[in-house]
Design a protein around this ligand. Structure first.
Ligand SMILES: Cc1cc2nc3c(=O)[nH]c(=O)nc-3n(C[C@H](O)[C@H](O)[C@H](O)COP(=O)(O)OP(=O)(O)OC[C@H]3O[C@@H](n4cnc5c(N)ncnc54)[C@H](O)[C@@H]3O)c2cc1C
Length: 480
């Protein structure tokens, strides 16, 4: 079959490359959808991507999501497999670590890795353009903008499309449907009707709003460019990632009640003066108030579901399959890794799609749950733990052990962002490491206490002194 059978309006551009190929309809031409199209194009398929928005190249407002993204090893590896990593990284800004800003404007740097690893800040639009350019060059892929999948029936393999430009409905009958249509996926809804899908959705009590730190009057970055900046304030925080045009995109993660409270100009400026004085200075009061009032407030949510497929007829990837809060910067990385993992299975099972899809659903679900949970937990780390002396001590111990035993003890952040270890194994390994380190610390503390006690006893101090030492040690542990 060369292209999806289409009834009603809309003719399908034909190409010799499409002849005798099975047709895949990719619903959702976001970042994961475009990467999926590139991977599918390497197999014997004719691919049609249906995207409800306009062509991003003609409409710069492609997304109500973040302007830039932190791209790390998993995402990069998936891009590398199709030869896109270099192009993407050439357009990205490396970030060596976190720069923490306290209320007085003092900063503190926490490197990401012991061995100079970096995370990259890339503009969402730029990444989209690079993927689109490649998709456009593929003879067996057709892109259909302003085409929204309105209904999907997996019994008859029918998708009802609404062409916004022509204001017309048409039916297509692809051989396979790939749902990369984001958190509110219609393909997921269609799979739900056919499979016993478990589904869990939870909104965070934090929302997000973006602000911009413009370049300085001399066209330079206003704060250090090669870091992910964090202003942690426990219940709320702001982060900032650098952009190629020397600006920064800041994301305010506040509870909804706080956003509601900050309703007028005076309240906004007083709040920023008290909590983020250095940020107020680099953004500028007028711009900050204006952006804070007019920029949209976005929700943050977690979605977990299972299974991800219906036989070899339909599968969901990216946010359609798992949506996570952005505190680990892994949503897209995980979505790109989905695509890479799926195609590793398709290769392994020699194009037995049902086996590959079923296996993907089974193994990937554990990983999605693990990274959704880690992302929720990382809010506490970013917004408050980074300020705690205990966190800093534990971090130094783990980093020190990692330096001594680089393959045996690996910090959690390193495993998530700089390795290809499956997310669920990251969680397991981290639990074991934590236990071993804490046991080690208990053993060292107990050993030193015993040694100290014996010295004190030898020098004639009584039991009272030893028990005081013990109670101090145990209080320290309780506090931890
Ligand atoms: C504030 C914020 C910051 C983030 N930061 C990071 C980060 O630093 N690093 C990271 O890895 N991830 C980050 N993420 C997560 C990341 O944005 C998502 O995981 C990623 O965009 C998911 O891509 P996707 O293609 O699966 O879905 P989407 O980006 O949601 O794309 C879905 C596409 O499908 C289209 N569509 C939807 N329904 C239909 C339909 N019925 N018919 C046709 N088309 C349809 C939509 O128009 C859209 O283009 C962040 C998220 C947020 C909210």
């Amino acid at each position: 079959m060369s292209s999806p059978r289409r009834r009603s309006s809309g003719s399908q551009p034909s190409s010799p490359w499409r002849e005798n190929r099975k047709n895949v309809a990719i619903v959702g031409g976001g970042l994961v959808g475009l990467l999926s199209a590139i991977y599918f194009s390497k197999r014997h398929f004719a691919i049609d991507v249906y995207e409800k928005r306009k062509d991003a190249r003609n409409d710069k407002l492609i997304s109500d999501r973040s302007i830039n993204l932190a791209l790390s090893s998993r995402g990069i590896e998936a891009l590398r497999k199709v030869g896109l990593a270099k192009d993407v990284l050439d357009n990205a800004i490396p970030m060596k670590g976190r720069m923490i800003h306290d209320k007085s404007g003092k900063t503190n740097i926490q490197s990401y890795g012991m061995f100079g690893q970096v995370v990259y800040s890339i503009g969402r639009q730029k990444l989209h353009d690079i993927l689109l350019e490649m998709v456009d060059s593929l003879p067996n892929v057709n892109l259909h903008f302003e085409n929204e999948a309105r209904e999907i029936d997996l019994d008859s393999s029918k998708i009802v499309l609404h062409d916004k430009d022509l204001n017309q409905l048409s039916d297509i009958y692809p051989d396979m449907v790939v749902g990369t249509d984001g958190a509110y996926s219609s393909v997921r809804r269609a799979i739900m009707k056919k499979e016993k899908m478990n589904f869990h959705q939870e909104y965070s009590n934090h929302g997000y709003k973006e602000l911009t730190i413009p370049p300085t009057s001399t066209g330079q970055f206003a704060i250090k460019p090669n870091y992910l900046h964090i202003w942690p304030r426990n219940d709320f925080m702001i982060i900032a990632l650098p952009n190629q045009d020397k600006s920064f995109t800041c994301t305010c993660f506040f509870k909804y009640e706080l956003f509601e409270k900050l309703s007028d100009s005076l309240m906004i400026s007083e709040f920023f003066k008290k909590e983020f004085p250095d940020l107020l200075k680099v953004i500028g009061k007028d711009r900050l108030i204006n952006d804070f009032k007019s920029n949209p407030l976005g929700p943050l949510l977690t979605i977990k579901c299972h299974p991800y497929n219906h036989k070899d007829k339909a599968i969901i990837l990216g946010d359609a399959a798992h949506c996570m809060v952005p505190f680990y910067g892994q949503g897209l990385n995980c979505g790109f890794e989905d695509v890479k993992t799926l195609f590793r299975l398709i290769e392994k099972y020699e194009d037995d799609y049902e086996l590959a899809f079923n296996t993907f659903s089974r193994i990937r679900h554990k990983d999605a749950v693990a990274i959704c949970d880690l992302s929720l937990e990382n809010y506490t780390e970013m917004s408050s733990s980074v300020l705690s002396p205990f966190y800093k001590i534990e971090r130094s111990i783990v980093n020190g052990l990692h330096w001594l035993f680089p393959t045996k003890i690996i910090p959690l952040y390193t495993m998530v962002s700089f390795s290809q270890i499956s997310y669920h194994n990251v969680v397991k390994k981290n639990r074991t490491q934590k236990l071993l380190i804490r046991l080690g610390m208990v053993a060292i503390t107990a050993g030193s206490t015993l040694a100290l006690s014996s010295i004190l006893l030898k020098r004639g101090f009584g039991k009272a002194c030893v028990s005081t030492c013990m109670s101090i040690v145990s209080k320290c542990w309780d506090k931890k």
